[in-house]
Design a protein. Structure first.
Length: 205
């Protein structure tokens, strides 16, 4: 795509690096930005800058946070003995939208995937084991997607957590095999959380 403006072409090239954004969509975004008032574009640029420079991981659950401790972990009304292990922040949002879970979370930052070279040490597993070893956690809910990678991660975590003497459960499989939590409707996900079962029972299909 040869453009008359090198600056426009540079903007399109950068926008097209975003997942799910092709060059045609990137072009629409770039042209829309040119139509906007300079103040609007400046606010967008500042929001992106602050997102990249100031957002951090919660020191307790590894969730994305604006401060050292996220709002969920800081909430005194949460059940601190109940922790749901999820793949990423999108799963936290999906579960929170059900309004059925009042425990805390632990965000792994991915799942074990030998094909992609991702092992347990590449995830926030050490932080999870450190939380459990503190003695406050009584139950860990494995709220992972019904995929091969999710099952592999659940199997590994169940084995390690059982050795630490904590109860391990998993969400009920009202979720189709191969499905991600973010794509499940709130009613089904809410029921899956409430109807969780011991991990050993859940993996028997």
């Amino acid at each position: 795509m040869a453009l008359s403006s090198p600056l426009l072409e540079q903007a399109v090239d950068q926008l097209a690096t975003l997942p799910g954004v092709g060059r045609r969509t990137a072009m629409r975004f770039a042209l829309e930005l040119l139509r906007r008032e300079p103040q609007e574009v400046a606010r967008l640029a500042e929001a992106i800058r602050r997102l990249r420079e100031e957002v951090r991981f919660c020191e307790h659950c590894c969730n994305i946070s604006d401060s050292a401790v996220c709002e969920i972990c800081a909430d005194p009304n949460r059940d601190r003995g109940l922790v749901a292990v999820v793949e990423d922040i999108r799963d936290v949002i999906a579960i929170e939208n059900t309004r059925q879970f009042r425990g805390l979370y632990h965000v792994l930052g991915g799942v074990i995937s030998p094909m992609d070279g991702v092992g347990p040490d590449d995830l926030h597993t050490k932080e999870l084991f450190a939380r459990v070893s503190g003695g406050e956690v009584r139950e860990v809910v494995l709220a992972l997607g019904a995929t091969l990678e999710g099952d592999t991660t659940g199997f590994y975590l169940n084995r390690r957590l059982k050795e630490m003497g904590v109860e391990v459960t998993m969400i009920a499989r009202g979720i189709s095999v191969g499905g991600d939590l973010e794509n499940v409707d709130e009613l089904t996900l809410g029921r899956s959380i409430m109807d969780r079962k011991p991990y050993e029972q859940g993996v028997k299909r």
